[in-house]
Design a protein around this ligand. Structure first.
Ligand code: GDP
Ligand code: MG
Length: 164
């Protein structure tokens, strides 16, 4: 069967935007839409000679900061249990936050292949200095992308399929 790629990360980092961009249609609900009821959403993605199943694990996202971390841990566990490759998304505009570090530790310990993607790098020259901070997560080289502007996605997908 096809390889499975799971997208995890904090609310609002752009998981659903990335998912929809790669799926080529608006399957996953981007923030600002109330009443999200699905907790996992699947799509087929093709890249070069590969086809894989992509999962957006972040369908129900809490507003309360108190439960964000526990929900992220659950999402990360789903990814660890089901995915061949985990795409961990962060936000260059927010920088590294505590929940990122905790989830990064969990993903590292899992031994699964993890790609560290830094989203919202809408202008590479302007934001690249801020991307280097993400090396501190200790899960490898940060991959800068802009899901909204479709920048860096080819390089990111090359990294994904390199782990199949
Ligand atoms: P999720 O909660 O992680 O699924 O994040 P969403 O995909 O719902 O996106 C949250 C917000 O970030 C929305 O307002 C998006 O339009 C915005 N966003 C997503 N990707 C980018 C990006 O590459 N650049 C910028 N500037 N904003 C983005
Ligand atoms: Mg989402």
């Amino acid at each position: 069967s096809k390889p499975v790629v799971a997208i995890v990360g904090r609310p609002n980092v752009g998981k659903s935007t990335l998912f929809n961009t790669l799926a080529g249609e608006k399957i996953s609900i981007v923030k600002d839409t109330p009443g999200v009821t699905r907790d996992r959403i699947y799509a087929n993605v093709s890249w070069l000679d590969w086809e894989f199943t992509m999962i957006d694990t972040g369908g129900i996202e809490p507003d309360s900061k108190d439960i964000i971390l526990s929900q992220m841990r659950e999402q990360a566990q789903i990814a660890i249990d089901t995915a061949d490759v985990i795409v961990f998304i962060t936000d260059v505009k927010q920088g590294v936050v505590d929940a990122d570090s905790k989830v990064a530790d969990m993903l590292r310990r899992s031994g699964k292949p993890v790609l560290l993607v830094v989203n919202k790098v809408d202008h590479f020259e302007k934001y690249m200095p801020d991307v280097y901070e993400f090396y501190n997560l200790g899960i490898g080289d940060p991959i800068p992308v802009s899901a909204a502007s479709r920048l860096g996605l080819g390089d990111m997908l090359d990294e994904v399929i390199a782990h199949f």
